[in-house]
Design a protein around this ligand. Structure first.
Ligand SMILES: [Zn+2]
Length: 168
């Protein structure tokens, strides 16, 4: 293996946000989209923080609101701290490369927030962002993980934070 390979990409400087979207008061289902971009797979709405100035990143709360509007046409009010499901550094590969090593970044600082939408909510998908959507419960998430059809970062999130997301 080359030295370049061994080095790895390190932590992605753009970081990541994600949204757990529940249907009504029922926390047993979450909204998934089929991503049109890398990694092409099922995942909750998510993305990088935008750069809002020289070496200044978007606030994670602004970023998750923007991703929800861009990916599923959902406009939510600004989340508060009670909606934070997790903040953690997770191992997951990025489509972007570390210019130093040439390797793709392999971890991200994540913020995941929880939202609730009415039962009859219908996502509006942007074709370049997502090609399909569905509600999935815990069993369906586990099945997608076994089929390698869930974004690997979210496979880890749903495995490690299962009860925090779905309840006991
Ligand atoms: Zn990244």
């Amino acid at each position: 293996m080359s030295e370049k390979h061994n080095q790895g990409g390190g932590e992605c400087p753009w970081k990541s946000v994600g949204a757990i979207v529940h249907r009504g008061n029922d926390t047993s289902f979450v909204l998934l989209i089929h991503r049109a971009k890398y990694p092409v797979s099922w995942a909750p709405p998510a993305g990088h923080l935008d750069e809002v100035g020289p070496s200044e990143l978007e606030d994670p709360k602004d970023a998750v609101m923007r991703e929800l509007s861009e990916e599923v046409g959902l406009y939510v009010s600004r989340p508060d701290d009670s909606q934070l499901v997790l903040k953690d550094l997770l191992e997951n590969r990025c489509r972007r490369e570390n210019p130093q090593s040439g390797a793709r970044y392999d971890s991200h600082q994540w913020w995941v927030y929880r939202f609730t939408v009415p039962e009859n909510f219908q996502p509006t998908l942007q074709r370049d962002e997502a090609t399909d959507w569905r509600w999935a419960n815990r069993d369906e998430i586990q099945r997608l993980i076994r089929q390698n059809a869930l974004d690997p970062a979210w496979a880890e999130i749903f495995t490690r934070f299962d009860t925090r997301i779905f309840g006991e």
